[in-house]
Design a protein around this ligand. Structure first.
Ligand code: FAD
Length: 360
């Protein structure tokens, strides 16, 4: 994890994540009723299969489990309620409470034991993105929900909190080209173990499909040819359990289908001979177990693109994850700009910086 973050992650925080993950998972299973599949999966950047998947493959059962645990211990959830300020006694004093807003009604809530900020990233906060990383231009879509804004970081800063690495904003290279959406259809773009290829509008591969997200996104942006495409075939998609998504994905226009590569190229408005040549070269590389063009490591699980039907997804970089955030110590206490913990203030999740490191 430290290496994948280009050594910018704080080893003490990384230690909490990697050593604490099994307990956190067991907690959700034992107390939250979470059900997971009895298989382990892997993803880009990982050296071993260590991903646990919920029964329905979504993230929502993990949230439901946490909600159930929270409610068991007396948590009251107020939906549609915005925090609009954090109150602190004085410069050295503890956090006293928060101001919240629901509709037109404002209210103050006192903090009894502690305030834990868990407000996520700021991928939808265009002004803040621009302030910390001008290269993340407003034109980029985001894979995030609309509430991924940065005001909680600013309120915490206003009472003395330090924030770090706010410029480390990850672009996901394969958001749906027009909307930035990353949903179960679009997720096929990164199921790279089974052998899909990434091509540009000219029908050429532009990167190794096993490359880091930042490398893929930078290459796409540098080419400037929007959109790019992910090309897969039926055999590959079925191998990763895609049979259930194929029909609806095609019906919704998310998977563009061609019975042959020629038909697919015509539908994508890509020069037919170029895409045919790219696919033929790729199939030959797979047979020979090498990739002279991009040096991709071919493995035995990868399937060639040698029979139809073929499917394509459109893809373009979209703001995905904010690696930076509030500075915390290993017990999640928020640290102030004078290097001292702010009494009663904690932060966790994406709003906390220094865990992920650089934006691979
Ligand atoms: C499409 C997608 C796919 C992803 N896939 C993966 C993956 O496979 N693996 C992985 O590890 N990570 C993945 N991530 C990243 C991961 O999901 C997030 O980093 C994580 O969910 C963040 O959790 P969180 O609880 O910190 O914040 P969030 O889940 O973002 O929750 C924060 C909540 O706080 C609310 N909020 C913000 N400001 C205020 C305010 N002022 N007042 C009140 N509420 C406020 C927000 O609206 C939001 O509801 C993915 C992210 C996306 C968008």
């Amino acid at each position: 994890m430290i290496k994948a973050g280009d050594y910018y992650g704080d080893p003490k925080l990384v230690e909490v994540v990697v050593r604490g993950a099994p307990d956190a998972l067991n907690w959700m299973i034992d107390e939250g009723g979470l059900k997971i599949r009895q298989v382990l999966s892997g993803g880009g950047g990982q050296t071993a299969f260590r991903v646990h998947i919920s029964e329905n493959s979504l993230g929502e059962p993990f949230c439901e489990a946490l909600k159930k645990i929270g409610e068991k211990y007396g948590t009251k959830i107020r939906l549609g309620t915005k925090v609009t300020w954090i109150w602190r006694a004085e410069q050295e004093g503890p956090v006293l409470g928060v101001e919240v807003e629901k509709g037109k009604k404002k209210q103050n809530i006192a903090v009894k034991k502690g305030l834990v900020i868990a407000s996520g990233g700021f991928g939808r906060d265009i002004k803040m993105r621009q302030a910390y990383n001008p290269s993340v231009v407003p034109e980029y879509n985001s894979t995030n929900q609309p509430g991924a804004t940065g005001e909680m970081i600013r309120y915490a800063q206003a009472i003395g909190a330090d924030a770090i690495q706010l410029n480390f904003i990850q672009l996901y290279p394969f958001g749906e080209a027009e909307t930035g959406l990353l949903d179960p259809y679009q997720a096929y773009a990164t199921r790279i173990g089974f052998g899909p290829i990434y091509v540009n509008k000219l029908g050429k591969r532009y990167v190794s499909e096993l490359e880091r997200r930042d490398v893929c996104a930078r290459t796409q942006i540098k080419m400037g040819l929007k959109p790019t495409y992910v090309i897969m075939n039926y055999k590959q998609m079925v191998k990763v359990g895609g049979e259930k998504d194929l029909e609806s994905g095609v019906a919704k226009g998310r998977f563009i289908k061609g019975d042959t590569i020629e038909e697919l190229a015509l539908k994508l408005n890509i020069p037919v001979p170029a895409l045919v040549e790219t696919v033929n070269n790729y199939n030959r590389n797979m047979k020979e177990g090498k990739d002279p063009e991009f040096n991709k490591k071919i493995n035995k699980d990868m399937l060639p693109l040698d029979e139809g039907p073929f499917f394509a997804l459109t893809a373009w970089p979209a703001v995905h994850f904010c690696c930076g955030g509030l500075r915390i110590d290993a017990s999640a206490k928020v640290i102030d700009i004078w290097d001292k913990p702010i009494p009663r203030l904690f932060a966790c999740g994406e709003v906390a910086g220094g865990v992920m490191g650089q934006t691979d």
